[in-house]
Design a protein around this ligand. Structure first.
Ligand code: ZN
Length: 113
């Protein structure tokens, strides 16, 4: 009887270990998957949807239209104006056409005879 009981316990332990190993393998697989995704970046983890999402995000971030425009000082009054709103000439940059003309006039007067 004692040996039979021993075999029964042994069988129980065997089954217990088998279950443990199966659970362990499952956990190991999960850990390995996590490690692999960590090692090889999150690209493998991301599906097609997230890939396109990332592409969209990449396109959104450095939008040249929304970049702060370069501010330039007017050659006459010194006011800082966005480059596209001012007037650029060979003499320099001006906040408006009026100041460009005024600067030309001043220059003509200064250089004139
Ligand atoms: Zn000006």
């Amino acid at each position: 009887m004692a040996s039979a009981a021993g075999v029964g316990v042994f069988k129980l332990i065997l089954v217990f270990f088998l279950v443990l190993i199966l659970i362990g393998l499952g956990v190991l697989g999960l850990i390995l998957r996590g490690l692999l995704s960590l090692l090889f970046g999150r690209r493998n983890e991301t599906g097609d949807g997230q890939g396109t999402d990332g592409r969209f995000r990449f396109g959104r971030a450095p939008s040249p239209d929304k970049l702060p425009e370069r501010m330039l000082a007017c050659g006459l009054c010194g006011v800082h104006v966005p480059e596209s709103e001012g007037v650029r000439t060979a003499d320099g940059f001006f906040c408006c056409e009026e100041h460009r003309r005024a600067h030309d006039k001043n220059k003509a007067e200064a250089v004139g005879p």
